[in-house]
Ligand binder design. Sequence first.
Ligand code: CP
Length: 304
Amino acid sequence: MRHLISPLDLSVEELDELLVLANDIEKNPQKYAHACDGLKLATCFYEASTRTRLSFEAAMLNLGGSVLGFSDAKSSSAAKGESVSDTIRVISCYADICAIRHPKEGAALVASSKSGIPVINAGDGGHQHPTQTLTDLLTIYSLKNRLGNMTIGLCGDLKFGRTVHSLIHALIRYPGIKFVLISPEELRIPDYIREDVLKKNNVPFMELERLEDALPDLDILYMTRVQEERFFNEEDYVRMKDFYILTKEKLKLAREDMLILHPLPRVNEISVEVDDDPRAVYFKQAQYGVYVRMALILTLLKWR
Ligand code: CP
């Protein structure tokens, strides 16, 4: 049995196979419509979500399976003090596979150590969000026909943005990747990623504060929201929240073939006027999230 706790739990070859499967699912959905007949997915969400939870549920329903779960810790027995370890042991009696989101870093890993079914990390605090990474990789792979030889700008809250941390881990395994890390001083990438992931693996990167300085060189611009829920005080969040706003005017500096991704939800960091630009693919990206989660559910169930 395998779990998905970090993007590195899949080898590059396994990841490539998953993306090919997701592309096939997109083209031939009927072929997979009964692939999970009689099987159940549990979604255990201790933290708010729209895309991740609902795309997991849509994925399992598209595969012919069923879903059960909770979308709020307060409506589960966590409110009575039950541990994640005990909860997953019980869920293992009710479902065949589980997606879990929790505000504490490492919660999905703890769950996987006690689980009788495959566990998928659907986001653990400010740490990792591997299925968003699969979504991001499928979006880039499908629209650019490659995952290597690219300059990727990551912009916004690089300190708390778990999608950025997971994406960096995954992309450094491809050749010719360069990162431009665009953030205010207070929201720079954590030291462990700069030192242990980027420098240790000799991955070229630069850190900038001005988005305008980075835009002309980028193949991909990955915008992120400032993560209000991870700030210790409201004052700091208010000061940071509108630091970056991507507008049509700023986009004039970018290449015609640059793609704009965003894991969503968006707050103010991309002006709605940008949505009509052909380079804005963040809603398409949310759709890719369903295909890749279908591929992931199928793959983890096959490996049981
Ligand atoms: N991208 C993402 O994780 O969105 P949700 O928080 O809505 O699941």
